[in-house]
Ligand binder design. Structure first.
Ligand code: GDP
Ligand code: IMO
Ligand code: MG
Length: 422
């Protein structure tokens, strides 16, 4: 069975959680492969809102099994909190979830260092989520990280934790930050360890076995392609690869197994944190989109920066991911916003640019827009494409033909059923 990958095409928060939940009706297994609890994926079931940070979003469907893959950096305390929250809401997740033995742990010194590094970036912080993601991936890259499998060998782990605490507390002291109290951490970790042990597995083998047995697998991307550490708007990015390559590396699935790549994008653009955003609307338009779209971070609650759709950025993201179909979300938010704008080119020093640039060019790029008539109708109850206002249908057709990729789904609201499949 072919594997499906689902990827954010912008700067995150595209509505991946909602789309995963919708397409998981056909899936057996859903996998998180990169990032950590910096992700906030919202799923609304029967009017009740759930925000998932580490647990794959598709697991709210009771028959879907979940995997936290090797590429994830896992905060064990956050995971247990999430299991409890979902448990209290009636979702039995634990028996259906496996965690890769190769995933790396995020520990309290990572969040402390995340905050310290942000304070010492010469007045230009990245605006991280503060979840310790960068420092955890730093440890992985410099081969200091503690992996999930080490939870199995408690005595050896205690030595590693004490050694790490010593190193990290030296570093924290250099940044005038409070040290991490190691004995208290050990006590807390011991209390969650028993719960996590039965879930730990070699998920590379189990996933490939699932694939060979013909089970339907969905790899759920976190963040978005423009936040990718290699291909995004560096240095204003996260610390994992959020594009298809990262999803493969972070799950252990072979490249040729993925034949369907669903790219998720909003009908406009948002970004949380610092960094270039050429189509940002800093005035009334951005504020109106934020208010109507409820654009506040699912993880940190920060207001999201809002602006128009950027075709250059989208074409870049669909190209590097080999997107085979697009899920367009939040089109309902464009109702009543006046004419809809889409950036089709940039201008830099009088030069016209058709390809998304990298580096400093992005800071000075001025978007050139094409305007489309807007619409005022409430589309949140539309069930077919024919019911959508003509202006929105024209907008969707334009995006489709400009990107030469079919738009397979138009989302008209946050709920499961507010979805039109084309
Ligand atoms: P993710 O990180 O990509 O999963 O996205 P988030 O959950 O962080 O943010 C997307 C927000 O938009 C959530 O509050 C969703 O409930 C909401 N949402 C998703 N699709 C739609 C849609 O089509 N219309 C509206 N109005 N809201 C949507
Ligand atoms: P989901 O999966 C939106 C952003 C942060 C910051 C930068 C680095 O919900 O789409 P980090 O904490 O990762 O070191 O922060 O990346 N960021 C996100 N923005 N959605 C996310 O996840 C994000 N995860 C990280 O705001 O700009
Ligand atoms: Mg989010």
């Amino acid at each position: 069975m072919p594997v499906t990958a689902l990827i954010g095409l912008q700067w995150g928060d595209e509505g991946k959680g909602k789309v995963v939940d919708v397409i998981c009706d056909k899936m057996d297994v859903v996998v998180r492969a990169q990032g950590g609890a910096n992700a906030g994926h919202t799923v609304i079931v029967a009017g009740r809102k759930h925000v998932l940070h580490l647990i794959p979003s598709g697991m709210l469907l009771p028959r879907v099994r979940g995997v936290i893959g090797n590429g994830v950096v896992l905060d064990p305390f956050q995971l247990v909190k999430e299991l409890d929250t979902l448990g209290a809401a009636g979702y039995a997740i634990e028996d259906r979830l496996t965690i890769s033995n190769r995933a790396h742990l995020v520990l309290p010194w990572h969040a402390a260092l995340d905050a310290a590094f942000e304070r010492h970036r010469g007045g230009s912080p990245i605006g991280t989520t503060g979840r310790g993601i960068g420092p955890a991936y730093m440890d992985k890259a410099c081969r200091e990280g503690i992996r999930v499998e080490e939870l199995r060998h408690w005595d050896r782990l205690l030595l590693r934790l004490r050694e790490q605490a010593d190193r990290k507390n030296h570093l924290l002291a250099a940044f005038s930050s409070e040290p991490v109290a190691i004995e208290a951490l050990i006590e807390r970790l011991a209390s969650v360890r028993e719960r996590l042990l039965p879930m730990i597995a070699d998920t590379v083998w189990s996933l490939n076995e699932d694939h060979m047995q013909g089970r339907q697998i969905l790899i759920e991307g976190a963040q978005g392609s423009l936040l990718d550490v290699d291909l995004g708007t560096y240095p204003y990015v996260t610390s994992s690869q959020c594009h298809l390559g990262g999803l493969l590396a972070g799950s252990g699935m072979p490249p040729q197994s993925v034949t369907r790549v669903v790219g998720v994008c909003k009908a406009y653009t948002t970004r949380v944190g610092s960094g270039p955003f050429p189509t940002e609307e800093r005035g009334d338009i951005g504020a109106a989109i934020r208010a109507k779209g409820q654009e506040f971070g699912a993880t940190t609650g920060r207001p999201r920066r809002c602006g128009w759709l950027d075709l250059l950025a989208l074409r870049y993201a669909t190209t590097l991911n080999g997107v085979t179909e697009i899920a367009l979300t939040k089109s309902d938010v464009l109702a009543g916003q006046g004419p809809i704008h889409v950036a089709t080119t940039y201008e830099i020093d009088g030069r016209e640019l058709k390809a998304f640039p990298s580096g400093s060019d992005l800071d000075v790029a001025v978007p050139r827009y094409r305007a489309f008539p807007g619409f005022d109708e409430d589309i949140s109850a539309c069930a077919t494409v024919e019911e959508l206002p003509g202006a929105l249908r024209d907008y969707v057709s334009f995006i489709e033909s400009a990107l030469k990729i079919p738009i397979a789904m138009v989302s008209t609201g946050p709920g499961r059923h507010q979805t039109i499949r084309l």
